[in-house]
Design a protein around this ligand. Structure first.
Ligand code: FES
Ligand code: FES
Length: 172
């Protein structure tokens, strides 16, 4: 039995420890927001957070999640409150086909968690491992820039309450 936490819910799975974590999320836990793309850590579609760090679920054995916290795209918002990156994705209408987008958002949120005020180069290098076949890189970049410059300041993930608005920022 492999026990870990997914989106703040404890889970226990009786599965092959070497099975990719992506299979456990999609097939055993029905969390299908995380996508399968290449299966070889090349595209970023399967990006999730393991203890807050972005990892590729397609090459991560489920056993390595034991005792740890997994966050998927389904667990990013808090109730009705979207993560600022999710809101920025809507504001900038980033998705086209959408297939890469949960992985893009999980990479972006992990990036901003470690670097809340990224330079443009930080954004480019932080997102370099996520491929978008629709080529939405410019909008992805602008949305991350926007979240870093405004919405992130409103995000208080510990208790979900809204903070003071920075000067010039209006609540949507
Ligand atoms: S499916 Fe995991 S990186 Fe492509
Ligand atoms: S939105 Fe289609 S692959 Fe990125």
């Amino acid at each position: 039995m492999i026990e870990f936490t997914v989106n703040n819910q404890p889970v226990a799975l009786d599965v092959d420890p070497q099975m990719p974590l992506l299979w456990a999320l999609r097939e055993n836990l029905s969390l299908t927001g995380t996508k399968f793309g290449c299966g070889i850590a090349q595209c970023g579609a399967c990006t999730i957070h393991l203890d807050g760090v972005a990892v590729r679920a397609c090459v991560t054995p489920v056993a390595s999640a034991a005792g740890r916290h997994v966050t998927t795209i389904e667990g990013l918002s808090q109730g009705d409150q979207l993560h600022p990156v999710q809101q920025a994705w809507i504001d900038y209408q980033v998705p086209q086909c959408g297939y890469c987008q949960s992985g893009q958002i999980m990479s972006a949120t992990a990036l901003l968690a470690t670097e809340p005020q990224p330079t443009d180069e930080d954004i480019r290098s932080g997102m370099a491992g996520n491929i978008c076949r629709c080529g939405m890189y410019s909008r992805i970049h602008k949305a991350i820039r926007s979240a870093a410059d405004g919405g992130l300041a409103l995000w208080e993930p510990d208790h979900g309450e809204q903070g003071e608005l920075p000067t010039g920022v209006q609540r949507g």
